[in-house]
Write a protein that binds this ligand. Sequence first.
Ligand SMILES: [Zn+2]
Length: 464
Amino acid sequence: MSRGKANEWLAGGVCRVDGRLETAGVVDVTDPARRGRLLILCLLVWGLALARPLPAWDQHHTFTSLVVQALRQDMPVLRQPVKPMPLASFVKRHAKGLKPLLAEFHTWKKQIYPFPQWLLTPEMESWLGSPDGAEQLTESRFKYLLGIQETGLASVKFSMPSAAAALAPRSFGAWLQYFSDEPDWGMDQGLFGKGDPRYTDIPYGDIDKLSSQAPFHMYFGNENLVTYGARPSLKQSMTLLRFSLFQRLASFALARREWFWGARFLGCALHYLQDVAMPYHASALPYATVFTYLKYAVVKDKQKFLADNMQLLSNRHFAYEAFAYRFMTLAGDRIGAVLPEFDAIIGRSREAARADPVVAVSDEQFLASILKRVAKASYKHARRLDKVIGKTFEARLVKDPTFDPASNDEFKVDSWFTESLLEDWASGKTFPQKPLFDEFRSDLIRTIEATTILVTRLLKPIAW
Ligand SMILES: [Zn+2]
């Protein structure tokens, strides 16, 4: 079966998902054989897509810190000490400006996002649309409009040796690193299927698990017609929406010299952008091939086949994150030796962010286009990367569905990924895992570029 043939099946096909009949076009599906093939594909895509998504890059601050270190010399704002401020104080102080910002965001959201998610109650809509009543913007209402959990954006607590250390201000850059992990701390979890009027059925992921945050952290804007036809809800990602909102809030806070909330909102915006630089967060089915579909069609126990493949997909995702984290931990301060073009990457990304475009566009438009480009490049890289992962890691991890690395201490990248192996790679030597290092290189560069562009673009008005 060629991809063209599969496209023909699903171009505007019909798929029963969660008991609902979803129709998206005009293809005749009355032919029983064709309907059978279609159903197989629907079930497979439904089952495989986003099996158990994990946090994307495990520890976003490892990427953010590289960029902060590279930029801090030229951007004094990154070095300045910043004290935490409670969210309630920030909202109260700036309610008059925040209300129109949120109104503008929700108007834009309605224009570009036609799906029944992140909805507002009629009362909230009318309040947001009225010019008055800014004083009613409480911390709780602010979070409601941000679409996040009530527990999100909580006060920061550190387990530091002394109260004095906990109160010591961190630099703007340090906060930025720290908060680039924040969206993984729970603010996007458990929002679907719990009676929250803002969110309806979960488009993908599991409402009771970590993967309930998947619709905010995984972006599938580049799938082919086969995948979309089989699973239309993949189009409902809200990553771009979250990214844009936090980027707007960061610009707002920075323009008012609110450094703590400027760093925190910018850190969150960075998170969503870095997420889509991770191929497993930008491609729903890197693992499934035409042979997977064919095999599914002939196996007897289809439930087991799906469950097994979900586990394998999840394992590969897990393995890649473990590899990336190990790489970042070892490369750390000597990134220049490991990635000789690091300074050039930072330089060209800064120029891209600083240059005034020929056609004047807003920061929102410019940055939304960056996110889309990053996601597209990750999507394109996913299948090739997945193949290398399939060849690099031990067979039980990538081929044995009974092995779950997340609940098994036996899987450790550290045992073979040593410091000397990183040095071997940096010096161009050949070794069995080298292809994986080479593939990671492009994901690393993409993540560094995207991070540099966003930080530079937002700090541009105040950094020089
Ligand atoms: Zn994430």
